[in-house]
Design a protein around this ligand. Structure first.
Ligand SMILES: Cc1cc2nc3c(=O)[nH]c(=O)nc-3n(C[C@H](O)[C@H](O)[C@H](O)COP(=O)(O)OP(=O)(O)OC[C@H]3O[C@@H](n4cnc5c(N)ncnc54)[C@H](O)[C@@H]3O)c2cc1C
Length: 564
């Protein structure tokens, strides 16, 4: 990404076709879609890119088996097709994950789950693939057609108890006798946002963080841009644009024109909090994911993620502040109790390597439904000022949400410009074995770098070669390198220790208990940022204190975990 100072200069000088407010996955998607259709685009993020819900998800790129229960068939089908497309466009970042629904004591796997999985299989087959299958039958060139097919999952099947244990070693003690195996996909949500933003920039979008949009610039009731406060300097600026897109997720009902003809021009958001916890792989070893019953007909996921185990999520109405959403103690206990029951384990708060929570931007229809039952469908709103608000939806469906938004702009402008994002690769995959080896870099780091940056891993290794210290891991035993801190500051607008630990790397979620003291890894990150961003000693101490407060407000390390 371009440097923040450079982006600020462009924002103050230029006039844009579209200004996007919000740098989560939805805003990033709109920026990429609009820029790739030839619009000049500015994207403004109040805090850090992906610091809202888009870094706090379950990291699944999935259809959502659960939504079948609510007969949300359109949403599931759309998400399943997007899932396949994401694997094709970003194979290093979105990859297939086997998931298991185990059965015990010789019982048949649950019939109803089997019915749902059948439907899931059928809906995952795209029209092209159906056509492909038909032509495969009739074509003599079947092999060639098959080679061109992109990833799509094998059908679900029943597997033996031994196979269940191979995929879920943590379940060995319960001696499962069989289970369903099916596939979904997994990603690093914050990295997906950064990657989409990077692509948007390639098409000319100008993106900057720490810019709070405080209101609309209006002329005769029409939105002509936005009023902005630069949260670093405190200065105010105006960003002029013919179109304003509000992609602020759970904050979507807060950006308002001076006059609204009716309240229905804006969504009414009903935030729902979801909590996750993480554990060392050795404490709950998983190769694939497990669907874990959690009482009352609910289930949660236990998933392998970035060398750890990720457990979540809860789903409850939330009324607290939106800036920092800590996991509740009750939610953590609920998650631990469900996994302990299911895996016959004895995990306690002291086993946790991190915890985080996020809020879903659910759209209220006034119906007092439980948040789990509210649809995850995306909705587009248009005020008489012309501002378009896009919210709801899921991480998985970001591209469709962006398309829906930019299609509306194109229609309004009577332009001829069709969506191209279905064919724009998101980064470039690289084989970890082909990355140059560097003295001091642990072997496990190469795979992690290839998964996070794709071809961009070369740049990280180049930076790691500048000084011996940069080739070292930030946290002993984790693959993330100190060079990534320098890269984040130079090329990804990372401005604080939290930006690096919570989003550019995911150490804040996976090794939180090692970051809460101001010595050690947090200080090493701070010192590297100080060198890159020109902080003096006093600023470094202030930034370390600020990260401590942020970590506490976010509740990333539970007190018991911190003590262990
Ligand atoms: C617990 C949980 C688990 C989930 N799991 C999954 C999953 O596994 N798979 C899936 O597909 N989906 C999942 N989701 C849903 C998915 O994460 C969200 O739908 C998605 O991240 C929302 O993205 P967004 O860009 O709309 O919102 P956000 O990511 O919240 O982005 C909005 C941004 O706008 C910024 N902003 C707000 N106001 C202003 C302003 N005035 N000026 C400038 N910027 C502003 C915010 O700082 C924020 O960064 C999950 C959600 C939760 C809560």
């Amino acid at each position: 990404m371009i440097a923040r100072s450079q982006a600020l200069a462009a924002l103050a000088e230029d006039e844009f076709d579209v200004v996007v407010v919000g740098g989560g996955i939805t805003g990033a998607g709109v920026a990429l879609d609009a820029a790739s259709r030839g619009y000049s685009v500015a994207l403004l993020e109040r805090a850090d890119f992906a610091s809202g819900t888009s870094s706090r998800s379950s990291k699944l790129v999935h259809g959502g088996l659960r939504y079948l229960q609510n007969f949300d068939l359109g949403l599931v089908r759309e998400a399943l097709l997007e899932r396949q497309l994401m694997v094709k466009l970003a194979p290093h970042l979105v990859h297939p994950l086997p998931l298991v629904v185990p059965a015990f004591e010789g019982a048949r796997p649950d019939r109803l789950v089997g019915v749902g999985l059948n439907l899931y299989d059928v809906m995952a087959v795209g029209r092209d693939r159906l056509r492909g299958r038909r032509s495969l039958r009739s074509s003599a060139r079947a092999g060639a057609a098959e080679a061109e097919e992109s990833w799509s999952p094998a059908r679900h099947r029943v597997i033996s108890g031994e196979e269940v244990v191979e995929l879920l070693p943590a379940l060995a003690a319960r001696e499962p006798t069989s289970g369903y195996l099916f596939y979904d996909c997994q990603t690093d949500d914050a990295r997906l946002v950064l990657t989409v933003l990077g692509e948007a920039e390639r098409f000319g979008a100008v993106c900057a963080n720490r810019l709070d949009v405080t209101g609309l610039l209006e002329l005769d009731g029409r939105a002509q841009g936005v009023e902005v406060t630069d949260l670093e300097s405190g200065s105010r600026l105006q960003v002029r644009a013919a179109n304003v897109v509000n992609a602020t997720g759970v904050w979507a009902d807060q950006l308002r024109p001076q006059e609204l003809h009716q309240e229905a021009e804006l969504p009414s958001i009903r935030p729902s909090r979801g909590t996750h916890v993480t554990l060392r792989h050795e404490r709950l070893p998983l190769v694939g994911g497990a669907i874990v019953p959690a009482g009352g007909g609910r289930s949660i996921f236990a998933l392998p993620w970035l060398g750890h185990t990720l457990i979540g999520t809860t789903d409850n109405d939330y009324e607290g502040p939106l800036e920092h959403v800590p996991p509740s103690q009750e939610d953590v206990e609920y998650l631990l109790s469900a996994v302990n029951d299911f895996f016959a384990a004895d995990l306690g708060p002291g086993d946790l390597t991190g915890a985080f929570a996020g809020v879903r931007p659910l759209i209220s229809t006034g119906d007092p439904k439980k948040s789990v039952d509210i649809s995850r469908k995306a909705e587009l709103y248009e005020t008489s000022s012309g501002m378009i608000t896009i919210t709801g939806g899921k991480l998985t469906t970001w591209r469709r949400m962006a398309k829906m938004t930019v299609d509306r702009l194109v229609e309004r402008d009577a332009r001829e410009a069709s969506c191209r994002t279905q064919e724009i690769p998101l980064g470039q995959a690289v084989d970890p074995a082909e990355l140059p080896r560097l003295e001091g870099v642990p072997e496990q780091a190469y795979e992690a770098l290839a998964g996070r940056y794709g071809h961009g891993a070369h740049r990280v290794l180049q930076v790691a070669g500048e000084r011996a210290a940069l080739a070292q891991p930030i946290v002993e035993g984790c693959p993330d390198l100190l060079a990534e801190v320098a890269v984040a500051a130079r090329h990804e607008q990372a401005r604080s220790i939290g930006d690096v630990l919570l989003r550019r790397t995911r150490l804040g979620l996976l090794a939180a208990h090692k970051l809460t003291v101001q010595a050690g890894p947090s200080r090493r990150v701070g010192e590297t940022l100080a060198r890159e961003l020109g902080w003096d000693e006093a600023r470094l101490e202030a930034e370390l204190a600020s990260f401590s407060s942020e970590a506490q407000a976010e509740g990333i390390a539970l007190p018991a975990a911190a003590a262990s």
